[in-house]
Design a protein around this ligand. Structure first.
Ligand SMILES: [Zn+2]
Ligand SMILES: [Zn+2]
Length: 276
């Protein structure tokens, strides 16, 4: 399995997943031309993508879903409530395939497990993606107000996790945002802080966990170094030697080969750092 973010943050999110012949995006919060440009940077042709799985309707995850579905005939996987909330983006000519929270479904060669999250959207989910052949499992978990028990259970055993690390709690507190916005971001239906992301990352540790890609960083209330050091300091105390990187807003991440990352941690190799 290979995974990359096309970009991540409040100005757009999309995750590319490849497993054998199966290629799809989780969310598409960029314009059609920007999706094509970023896929090209990863060496991926849009015509080789088979679908978009949409986690929730917020525009930073859906801005491009309608145009991409119409331009490249990509089916959209949506829950019914998310489809209703995305109505302004859709014209009726798109192929929509419904899924339900907590009900796994097959997409090409992989099994996708959606688990409901605590976030201020109609029917938001985090996803795990399982390759039944290799047993490799990838998690995509952003826009988490709090990591609920179902989300923790779903992420358990993942070999690579795209994990929200949205804000530094002190930077948020001292930011010029109005009180109501601070409450929304830091609240139980908002976004996960660096501290809570590190807590969750430690809980998810197991000997074959190859990497964390910290995502959905706030531009105003976070910094890549702050997010990485919050997670890495906690994880290294537990003996973790895998990747801890950050997904940036304006450029794709490296394309992570999950099996190779797992090999490194299993064989006790030196820390493989692909970012920066
Ligand atoms: Zn978001
Ligand atoms: Zn959201």
């Amino acid at each position: 399995m290979r995974v990359a973010t096309l970009g991540s943050g409040s100005r757009g999110n999309s995750v590319f997943v490849e497993c054998g012949q199966t290629r799809f995006l989780v969310d598409a919060g960029f314009s059609g031309s920007e999706i094509a440009r970023r896929l090209e940077l990863l060496g991926v042709l849009p015509d080789s993508i088979q679908a978009i799985v949409v986690t929730h309707e917020h525009r930073d995850h859906t801005a491009g879903i309608g145009i991409a579905a119409r331009r490249w005939n990509w089916p959209l996987y949506l829950t019914p409530a998310t489809e209703r909330a995305c109505a302004p983006l859709l014209r009726g000519s798109e192929t929509v395939l419904h899924y339900e929270g907590e009900v796994p479904f097959d997409l090409g060669d992989v099994r996708v497990h959606p688990s409901s999250t605590c976030h201020d959207a109609a029917d938001p989910v985090a996803l795990t993606i399982l390759d039944p052949d290799s047993g490799l499992k990838v998690g995509v978990a952003t826009d988490l107000g709090r990591a609920t028990t179902p989300v923790r259970n779903a992420l358990a055993g993942c070999h690579f996790v795209v994990l929200e690390s949205n804000h530094d709690e002190i930077m948020l507190r001292e930011s010029p945002y109005p009180w109501s916005v601070k409450q929304r971001i830091g609240g139980s239906r908002g976004h996960l802080s660096n501290r809570l992301a590190a807590d969750l990352a430690v809980d998810l540790l197991h000997p074959s966990l190859g990497g964390f890609l910290l995502a959905h960083l706030s531009h105003e209330c976070n910094a890549p170094d702050a997010a990485v050091s919050a997670a890495r300091s906690r994880l290294s105390r537990k003996g973790y030697r895998g990747v801890v990187d950050v997904a940036l807003q304006d450029s794709p991440s490296p394309l992570y080969d999950v099996a190779a990352l797992v090999d490194v941690v299993r064989n006790g190799g030196p820390q493989l750092r692909l970012f920066g």
